[in-house]
Every structure is written in structure tokens, then in C-alpha cells.
Design a binder for this molecule. Sequence first.
Ligand code: CUA
Length: 308
Amino acid sequence: MHPPSVFDPHSAYAWSIYHLTVVVTILMGVVVLIVTGLVTYVCIRFRERKHPGPRLSYGNRKVEILYTALPLMLLASIFGLMIRNMDASDPIQRTRDNIVVVGHQFWWEIRYPGTGIVTANEVHIPAGKPQMFGMEAADVIHDFWVPQLGRKMDMVPGYHRDVWLAANEPGIYLGRCSEYCGKEHAWMRIRVFAQTPANFAQWEADQEKIPPIPTTGDAADGARYFTTMTCANCHTIRGTSAQGEIGPDLTHLASRTTLAAGRLPNDPADLANWIKDPTKYKPGCFMPDLGLTDEQVRDLVAYLETLR
Ligand code: CUA
């Protein structure tokens, strides 16, 4: 698992940003050293008590040309590097979106155009293949940022934007929302699962399946509660009458590793706690406390755990 860092690039896009960061930091470091070095030298060399003071001189063409030309050359080279890196970090040629991410308060909707796949908060991509990500926002401005894979991109309501992201090797790459979007901004975590092409194809095939509706036991009761109670107003489970579009698609909820955009691990105990009292864990979230009985929660968890 790779925690977010620009100093750990895993794609050509992220490399170009890393490279620019290092070069600019070194150049700026040299400038800081020269300036502080000169100031220190002058402070010591021309201290008042020891020395009557420097000889005053009015105008020195050579020095003036030097202190205008040097910073100008420095800025011009950084400008050139930036122009080059803008294209290297997000090449201008666009293709059809592989994935569309929609920022919501406070979770990520993830769609795979051309397939029936809709998921949330956890993005799966094939490693080694550049992916065209579409970026949209459902409510306010969010910003999708997984530093190891490429540049960050604002999601602005009413606009569709694209950004190239890739992972050179399989792995789990963490990211987060990078534009303050409300009370639970901090709990808009992202997980990108870069998989071998074979594993990715398998994941896609699994996600396209419609899970069967359980007919016996607690899970059957849970499935009935889900579609007859408030859950179905906000959530979709493909193959059932639950077609709400306010909250995350739960068709394959049990295949995900986290709940509530990274707030809790996805296991039966945490899922039960979350359903019982969502605002205990995420006070600003829009999932209400439905006042369910322990038995209803148990049945709902039994059902949701079947959604593999
Ligand atoms: Cu979404 Cu901050």
C-alpha cells in the first residue's frame, strides 16, 4: 500500500511532476544559499565597530546587468521546464474515458463507460496501461488526487474534465480529495487498485455480474428490508428494485475493502456499526440514522455481505 507522496512516482506522469519538483527545489536551494551566504558575509565583513563601512558607489552597469540577467535566465528555464512538464504530466491528446469519477459530498462515484460497472471510492485499473479519467462533480468542487499516479484534477460542477493517470506496477495507491468541500472533506479517501491485466479482467467480469437475491435466512429478510425501507431511495443494487442515485451503488459492496470513503474497514462488525449510526463516524455525512432495531441491522448486514 502506497501512502500519498509526490516523491514516490509510479507512472511517467507522476515522474515528470517529481522531476520538476526536485529540479526547482535544487535551483531554489542554490538561490537561498547564495543570498543568505552573501548577507551573512556582508554582516560579518562590514560590521560597524570593526570597519568604517563599505565604499559607496552609484551605479554599476556590470552588476546591474548581472542581477537582472541571472534571475531572468533562472525564471525562463523554470518556465520552459514547466511548459514541458505540463504536457509530460498530462499529454494533450485525449481518448474515450476509461473511467469516470464523480465527486460527491463525501464519497466518489466510479463508473466504467461501456460496461454496466458502477462502484464507489475504490478504483480498479490495469497496471501499465495509461487510463483516461473523466472528472465530474455532483454538488460542489472536489479534487481527485492520487500523487503516485499523476497530477491532481479539480472536479467542477457543470464541467467534464479529463486527466491521464497510470500505474506502472500492480499495487494499492492511496489518494484523497484535495479541495475543501465541506465537513467531511478529510474522509474522502481514494484507493486505486492497479492489477495485472488478467486480474483486472477478472474483476471487471465479476463486477458486471448481477448478484442473486437471497431467498432464505437473515439475508432474505435483509434484502426485503433493503428494498422496502428507506435504503432503496438512495442506493442502487442492480437486479433489484433499489435504484436510488443519491448514495453509493452497493451492487458489489462486499467486494470493497472500505466503507464510507475510507472511514471504516469493510467487515460485518463495522458495517453494522455504520448502518446503525453513520453520523457517529462521519458527522457531516448525508446517510441518516434510520433508527433500525438490532435485528434489522443484523439482517441487512447478512444481505449486504452476499453482494460480492
Ligand atoms: Cu471532496 Cu474535499
